[in-house]
Design a protein around this ligand. Structure first.
Ligand code: FES
Ligand SMILES: [Fe+2]
Length: 334
């Protein structure tokens, strides 16, 4: 099995095709449900550059919309989380209800045929699964179908009981697929993560590909905060278990050369007595994540210059890479 054509990591036309055929049509992890339980709370984010938000409307219904004003297309809510009143566009002050209806178009003028009912926000799909909120712009399938074997894999893990305590966002200069290729294999652990390598039984590291899921496991040695199971879900989110909690991340392309990671950390025990322990887990995890950036950035340069021709994938360690690349090739029709 060979690595995929490296040009798909550096071409702008491929990024645009991925946006349309993959990111607009799949369910994307927006974050923990607990950020959207209060009325009028919202979470705004980008999906491969496409601006969206989810909001708990005042009537108690969870809704999601494109974060795009119907007047001339301005962004309505800043990325991040917060509480909104009626949603007022910063550009010319059109006002939308938190259920998406246009309420006011100040100074617009008289025009026969202009009806505010014709200009609501564009709704998108939103769904909760076990304490996590997913949105989809034009879903090609149901969330459960996309989840595939992930549902059974996490059935025994009480993920909805873990409380989110921190969101971290990191940006680096490499294609989202370079980072994903890296995430779904453990073969780089000895070279790139020496301290992490020393903390697991690497000889017993296992990688298996399932429907919608790559599963990596290794027995942890004493003192490692991880519980020895790392999951990656198609097309771009991850979930890793550690003692008394977990983290999730979404691997979000900014363009073909730049990627953001949106991490959330969740813990069962949020008491003050364990604050230092939680902080250590968060910082050590982020440290391991950052160790991958340099190799991704420099690999991106080799792909960009045409200096690399596809090499072979390890049958033992790179089944996840082959699975992910195969799914991407299918979406792109390669
Ligand atoms: S673009 Fe929003 S009011 Fe003009
Ligand atoms: Fe890594």
């Amino acid at each position: 099995m060979l690595n995929i054509d490296p040009s798909i990591y550096v071409r702008h036309d491929v990024f645009l095709a991925e946006r349309e055929k993959l990111f607009a049509t799949s369910w994307q992890l927006l974050g923990p449900m607990s950020k959207l339980t209060e009325r009028r709370s919202y979470v705004a984010s980008e999906i491969a550059g496409m601006k969206v938000f989810a909001v708990r409307s005042n009537d108690g219904v969870l809704r999601a919309f494109r974060n795009v004003c119907r007047h001339r297309g301005a962004r309505l809510l800043p990325e991040g989380e917060g509480t909104c009143g009626p949603i007022r566009c910063p550009y010319h002050q059109w006002q939308f209800s938190d259920a998406g209806e246009l309420l006011k178009a100040p100074w617009y003028g008289e025009e026969p045929g202009f009806d505010m009912k014709d200009w609501p926000l564009e709704p998108i799909s939103v769904q909760e699964w076990r304490g996590l909120v997913f949105v989809a712009i034009k879903p090609a399938c149901g969330l459960m179908e996309q989840m595939g074997d992930t549902v059974a894999e996490l059935a025994e893990e009480p993920i909805e009981t873990y409380v989110p305590v921190r969101t971290e966002r990191m940006i680096f200069d490499a294609n989202w697929k370079i980072y994903t290729d890296n995430f779904v294999e453990g073969l780089h652990i000895p070279g790139i993560h020496p301290a992490f390598h020393a903390a697991i039984d690497f000889e017993a590291f296992q990688t298996t590909a399932h429907d919608g899921l790559v599963r990596m496991t290794a027995p942890p040695k004493d003192g490692l905060w991880y519980r020895g199971k790392w999951l990656w879900m198609w097309p771009n989110w991850t979930l890793s278990l550690f003692a008394g909690g977990m983290n999730t991340s979404r691997i979000n392309p900014i363009d073909e050369n730049r990627t953001e990671l949106i991490y959330n950390f969740y813990f069962a025990d949020t008491s003050d007595a364990h604050a230092a322990e939680r902080e250590r887990t968060i910082q050590e995890t982020l440290g391991v994540v950052r160790e991958d950036f340099e190799v991704c950035v420099e690999t991106q340069k080799n792909y960009a210059t045409g200096a690399y021709r596809p090499g072979p994938l390890s049958p033992r360690h790179e089944r996840g890479v082959a699975y992910f690349q195969g799914m991407v090739a299918e979406v792109l029709g390669m």
